[in-house]
Design a protein around this ligand. Structure first.
Ligand code: SF4
Length: 480
C-alpha cells in the first residue's frame, strides 16, 4: 500500500479511457486510486481529435499535477496514464510514462506495467539496426518493434511486436483513433475493463480505480489478449494462442488494494482466507492477534476469526512518512520502521502476541517490529506470515531480482526466526495460499505464479537465465 513498511515494491499502475469529454481528469482520479502501485513518477497523455498531448514528472500524482494548468491543457476524449515505480531503468524524468512517439506519418503513446525478460537482447538487436532509445526503461522497446515491423497494417505490426517481447506486461497504447490494451500470455499483471454510465470505456490495473469514477467492471483482460477501443466500441482480439494464466500471487498477498477484484476474487476476501488458513497451520498458544498495518489487517481478521483469538490494534501506523525503500542503508532502514510504526503498550503488555505480516523480504522490518512489540511489554511474539517464504527472485515486474536480498533464500525457518528475534515463525504453505485465493480456473497452481516461493517460473527467463542459474549454484534447470 502507499507508504507501506516494506522493502518490496510494485512495478507500476496504468489507467486508460476512451469516449469521455473530461478524459484526462478521469484518468487523474483513476491513477489516484492506483498510487500505491508506484510513487516515483506519474504522467497522463490525452487524445484531442488525434492530437496527443502529455504531462509527466517525478513524484506523486498530486505533486506532478499540483499546477491545475498541467491537467487543463490535456484536452480530449481519450487518455492514458501511468504511475511508476522503477523496476527497470533508473529514476529519471526520461523514464516517466506515458511515452509519446512522434513520426512523420503517425504518433502514439504507451504505458507499461511489468518487466520484460528479454529486454537487453532486444535492445541490443534494435540498436544494432539503428534504433535510438531516449530512456533506459524496457518499456520503450515495444514502440521500436511496432515501428520496425514490415507488416502492412497497424494491428499486424502490434501483434508482431507483442509476440516478440517476453516477460510480464500490461500495455496501454494510445493511437490517434483508438486505445489498445494488451496483456502478456501468462497474465502476470492484472488488467480490467470497465464502462461508465455515459458509455466511456476504461481500462485499469486494478478495479479499485473504477469505483472512484463510477465505472462498472465489465471483465478482466485475458492472457495473450488485445483489446481495441474506438468510437465503434470494444473489440477483443489476441496475438497468441499459447497462453496460460499465471497471475502474480503477490498481487493478492500484498500489492493490490483490498477493494480490488482480480479474476473474480476480492483481494480483501482472499487475504482473510489466507489468514484463516494460516491459523489452521499455526501450532502455538497465544492470547491476541495483531496485524501489521495496513496490508496485513485483512489476514489478521481471518486468523482471529478462525482461531477465536481477539484481533487487537497492537500496532499503529503513522500515515505521513515515506516508505523505507528510499533510505539506502540498513541502519537508516531500521530507524525508518520506528518512524512508521508504534506498538500499543496498553494492548500488548503481558500478552502472547501472534504478529501477522504478509511477507518477510530482508527480515529487517520484521526484526524491528518484533522488537517494538517486546519493548512494549509483549511476553511472547509469534510471527505468522500470510504467504510462503520468499526464497526466489521475481523477473516479471517486482523489484527483487537477486536471491541475496531475500532472507529465506539464505536461512532456514529456524535461523530466520532467531534473526528476527521471534518466539516462533510460521509461514503459510504454498497449497494453503493457492486454496485461499481460489481463482476459478483449470490452470496449474490455481492460475497463479508462485515462483517467488518455489522457483518454478512459468516461462523461460531469457536474459536473466544465466545469472539466475549462477545464483542457484549447481541447479541448472529451473523452469522445466
Ligand atoms: S515471481 Fe513472485 S512477484 Fe514475480 S510474478 Fe511470480 S509471484 Fe509475482
Amino acid at each position: 500500500m502507499t507508504y507501506e513498511v516494506k522493502s518490496l515494491n510494485e512495478e507500476c499502475g496504468v489507467f486508460g479511457i476512451w469516449g469521455h469529454s473530461d478524459a484526462a481528469k478521469m484518468t487523474y482520479f483513476g491513477l489516484h486510486s492506483l498510487q500505491h502501485r508506484g510513487q516515483e513518477g506519474a504522467g497522463i497523455l490525452s487524445n484531442d481529435h488525434g492530437q496527443l498531448k502529455r504531462h509527466r514528472d517525478m513524484g506523486l500524482l498530486s505533486e506532478v499535477f499540483k499546477n491545475p494548468a498541467n491537467l487543463d491543457k490535456l484536452t480530449g476524449t481519450g487518455a492514458i496514464g501511468h504511475v511508476r515505480y522503477a523496476t527497470a531503468g533508473e529514476a529519471s524524468v526520461d523514464n516517466i510514462q506515458p511515452f509519446l512517439f512522434r513520426f512523420h506519418d503517425m504518433q502514439f503513446g504507451l504505458a507499461h506495467n511489468g518487466n520484460l525478460t528479454n529486454a537487453e537482447s532486444l535492445k541490443q538487436e534494435l540498436e544494432q539496426r539503428g534504433a535510438i532509445f531516449s530512456s533506459t526503461s524496457d518499456s520503450e522497446i515495444l514502440a521500436h518493434l511496432i515501428r520496425r515491423s514490415h507488416n502492412p497494417n497497424l494491428m499486424g505490426k502490434i501483434k508482431e511486436a507483442l509476440s516478440l517481447v517476453k516477460g510480464g506486461f500490461a500495455y496501454l497504447l494510445m493511437f490517434e483513433d483508438k486505445l489498445i490494451a494488451a496483456l502478456d500470455p501468462n497474465g502476470f499483471r492484472p488488467l480490467s475493463i470497465g464502462k461508465m454510465a455515459n458509455g466511456a470505456v476504461v481500462v485499469s490495473s486494478e478495479t479499485c480505480a473504477f469505483e472512484v469514477i463510477g465505472a462498472e467492471w465489465i471483465r478482466d483482460v485475458k492472457p495473450g489478449e488485445i483489446v481495441i477501443v474506438d468510437d465503434n466500441g470494444i473489440q477483443y482480439d489476441s496475438y497468441t494462442n499459447d497462453t496460460q494464466l499465471a497471475i502474480c500471487s503477490m498481487e493478492y498477498i500484498y500489492f493490490a488494494r483490498p477493494d480490488s477484484n482480480i479474476h473474480g476474487v476480492n483481494v480483501h476476501t482472499a487475504r482473510k482466507r489466507m489468514g484463516a488458513q494460516l491459523a489452521r497451520e499455526f501450532k502455538h498458544e497465544a492470547d491476541i492477534v495483531v496485524g501489521v498495518p495496513n496490508s496485513s489487517l485483512s489476514a489478521a481478521m481471518g486468523f482471529a476469526e478462525e482461531s477465536g483469538l481477539p484481533n487487537e490494534m497492537g500496532l499503529i501506523k503513522n500515515q505521513y512518512t515515506q516508505r523505507t525503500f528510499i533510505q539506502p542503508t540498513q541502519e537508516l532502514r531500521e530507524q525508518g520502521v520506528r518512524m512508521k510504526l508504534s506498538a500499543v503498550s496498553g494492548v500488548v503488555k503481558g500478552k502472547r502476541v501472534v504478529m501477522i505480516d504478509d511477507s518477510i523480504v530482508r527480515g529487517t522490518t520484521s526484526r524491528r517490529i518484533v522488537q517494538l512489540l517486546k519493548e512494549a511489554g509483549a511476553s511472547e511474539v509469534h510471527v505468522a506470515i500470510g504467504s510462503p517464504a520468499l526464497a526466489y527472485p521475481c523477473f516479471y515486474g517486482i523489484d527483487i531480482q537477486t536471491r541475496q536480498e531475500l532472507i529465506a533464500a539464505n536461512h532456514t525457518v529456524e535461523e530466520t526466526c532467531q534473526i528476527i528475534g521471534a518466539d516462533s515463525l510460521t509461514y503459510l504453505s504454498i497449497d494453503g495460499l493457492i486454496d485461499s485465493i481460489g481463482i476459478e480456473t483449470d490452470a496449474p497452481n490455481g492460475g497463479l505464479c508462485v515462483a517467488y516461493f518455489d522457483g518454478n517460473y512459468p516461462t523461460p527467463l531469457y536474459d536473466y537465465e544465466e545469472e539466475y542459474r549462477r545464483s542457484l549454484g549447481e541447479k541448472t534447470s529451473f523452469y522445466e
